[in-house]
Write a protein that binds this ligand. Sequence first.
Ligand SMILES: [Zn+2]
Length: 407
Amino acid sequence: MGKNYVCFHRETDTSLVAENIDELFELHHKAVKFLEDYTGIMEPFGDFEFTIIPAFQYSGMEHPGNIYYRDSKLFLPKGATESDIMSRASLIAHETAHLWFGDLVTMRWFSDVWMKEVFANYFAAMIVNPNYPNVNHDLLFMLKHQPLSYGIDRTAGANPIQQPLDNLNFAGTLYGNIIYYKAPIVFKMLHQTAGDSIFKESIRKYLQKYSYGNADWDELIAVFEAHNLPNVGNWSNAWVKEPGMPKVSYLVTDTAIIITNKNSVPNTRLKQQQLEIVLSYKSKVEFKTVTLDKNRLAVPLNSKEKPEYILLNGSGYEYGYFPADSVSKHYFLTNFSLIQSDLQRGIVLLNQYEDFINKQIKKDDYSKFLHQVIKNETSVHLLDVAVNQLKTVCNQFNQPGKVDTAT
Ligand SMILES: [Zn+2]
């Protein structure tokens, strides 16, 4: 039997309703279908109702059986931008995903409340992104997540993703940039580590096992461990229960790239991750995917020719401080705009900035570099990054003797 989709609203502008309503039903229906197919579990709360409320305090709220939305997020005026239209599709997919992740299976305690948000965003991206092939989703993901997470993780006060919460009154203190921006990267790593089929199979098993019940992060990881991923518990302990960003550096010999992996926080576990290495030669670009699961790894070079530049974090989903060697650094500082890929230029901008913060590039050199980038950059997203970096360089680092009095 088919499912009924029901919308409640009190919008009086009938043409605004007429312009949007079919699309609202369609977006919900598509999200439900995707999630039913992916999870193998039919939408768990009967008929699908949603209520559109004027000036509702949240963009959306995933009540089982009836999702609430703020009216301005769903009823879009004529001439809405592609970004508004995509945000609406993402919001609908996010709230719909919560029916499985958050409502059907709920966290055990508020210390794991981040899990349902990461799940919902992750599935929203899987549902929506393929419909926008002209958007560089990898680049936007990286620019949104890594810089804000690095901003905390490079400091001595960095906190892990999972933190104990003894008193519900302090639940708000758990929320910060590590939960919002590092957790989604780590979740993506879990998918990469598992591969598509084990990831999907484990998600299905997790939902089946804990349907109409509660589960925490460790119980999710235990399901993955039971499905051909015996070491995923160690990986999870390093990334979820301990803070910090690894420093992943390299040197090039005649036959190999020697990669070293070092933790930024003493006495923490080694942080393993998959690297998509970019080797850019004069006439070709090579990609190598390796698993960095030890503190030193030799990756053989296929060519006698030396690369013009190397990026160890070439997918945009790697996490850490990735300083370039002197050859690559020179290339980036002098030939940045010759790099064809927007994603690679974005990675270089973030890597170089970490290098600058770590005092490996002089302030004047970095400032000159950013001026060049701003003059030539064609991507509006990267222009934005470069301008913001330059503001920080000027404000924070250009005033000798200035004491930072921010609290
Ligand atoms: Zn949510």
